[in-house]
Design a protein around this ligand. Structure first.
Ligand SMILES: *[C@@H]1O[C@H](CO)[C@@H](O)[C@H](O)[C@H]1NC(C)=O
Ligand SMILES: *[C@@H]1O[C@H](CO)[C@@H](O)[C@H](O)[C@H]1NC(C)=O
Length: 338
């Protein structure tokens, strides 16, 4: 789960990107519903008003995958049971009382290919060596997602063996998935190793996704593909059933289009799992009611932001990235009076 670009600079950039995205997503929203770019809240709203079903949503994503994946290669496998799971979710929604279902209920999610699922999908970390291997059970985070009613849409491509196949393999490449591409600039580095998760949410071929990180593998592809990644502290999410790299550093976290979506997914996957000791200690620190209570549009008001310009962001450099970053920072300053 390593990447070839300095992870430190990317984690800072991701953090600020998250802030920028959270501000832009708090603006007024037009009411016409479109699946493209729809957030979890938009989708749940459309479900509630019978303008959308999980089946329609999954059909849309499968169609987008068949259209875009030959170029982007963000997806390694589509779950043959995704439509069945969608039908079950639709039936449950009709039968259950309003408000009794989790916000992930009926929402399709893509899992990085190193996260085990005990179903028709393979779990291979992008490698042909693991093709057809049988896992003993769902990963801890997958159990929680199924319990929340999420639909497992499929497996995302990744840098093979999470970047530990070799020190020179390109980010986003695997023998099974081919070369994952950055949807914004096809020739640009999509970063890795959770490349497919970031590529797929950025190109609207799934609602939300999970990635994993040992050393920059959530933050870097989230930055490079202009989406939101959260790297949880080790143990906040269960490592059980995830192909390991380092017991001290591996962690599983959301990669989504908005900060709110990432927090809803984090709330669903965080917490105790008897198959991962580290979750015992970490789960005691999860705030009652989860992290969504901190999603406040004006949360940044009056806050002072520190930026480590040297060595991470030396704006005197003048590159397009640093210029874009400087202008985001000025927007923040204008909006929040600092
Ligand atoms: C899993 O791998 C096997 C090859 O061993 C393949 O036949 C099967 O189609 C794969 N599953 C999916 C869902 O793609
Ligand atoms: C800015 O830094 C990048 C990366 O170190 C370098 O490739 C680029 O040439 C620099 N740009 C300028 C204008 O110095």
């Amino acid at each position: 789960m390593a990447n070839n670009i300095s992870p430190g600079s990317f984690s800072l950039f991701s953090l600020l990107l998250m802030i920028v995205l959270s501000i832009s997503s708090s603006g007024s929203r037009v009411h016409a519903f479109s699946i493209e770019e729809a957030t979890i809240k938009d989708i749940q709203h459309a479900f509630k008003h019978s303008r959308l079903t999980s089946r329609k949503l999954v059909e849309f994503y499968i169609q987008e995958i068949s259209k875009l994946n030959p170029v982007l290669r963000g997806v390694i496998e589509v779950n043959p049971d995704a439509l069945y799971q969608a039908d079950v979710a639709d039936k449950e929604r009709r039968a259950r009382a309003r408000g009794s279902l989790s916000c992930l209920h009926g929402i399709p999610i893509l899992l990085k290919d190193n996260i085990a699922t005990k179903d028709k999908l393979n779990t291979t970390a992008g490698s042909i060596a693991l093709l057809g291997s049988v896992v003993p059970r769902d990963a801890g985070v997958v159990k929680k997602l199924r319990k929340a009613g999420a639909i497992i849409l499929g497996k995302a491509s990744m840098s093979e063996w999470a970047g530990f196949r070799s020190t020179t393999a390109p980010n986003g490449w695997s023998a099974r998935g081919g070369q994952g591409k950055n949807p914004y600039v096809l020739t640009a580095d999509p970063c890795g190793s959770s490349s497919g998760s970031a590529i797929s949410v950025a190109s609207n071929i799934v609602a939300v996704s999970l990635g994993t990180e040992t050393d920059g593998s959530i933050l870097c592809p989230a930055s490079a593909n202009s989406v939101v990644g959260i790297k949880p502290t080790v143990g906040l999410t269960s490592r059980a059933g995830v192909i390991p790299v380092s017991h001290r550093q591996d962690t599983i976290g959301p990669i989504c289009r908005t900060v709110s979506d990432a927090v809803y997914v984090l709330d669903a996957i965080a917490g105790l799992d008897y198959n991962d000791k580290a979750t015992r200690k970490a789960s005691r620190h999860i705030p009652y009611g989860g992290y969504r209570q901190f999603l406040k549009p004006h949360w940044l008001k009056g806050k002072r932001l520190g930026i480590v310009r040297n060595p991470f962001f030396d704006f005197s450099n003048g590159s397009a990235l640093t210029q874009a970053f400087e202008s985001h920072f000025n927007t923040l300053r204008l909006r929040f009076g600092r």
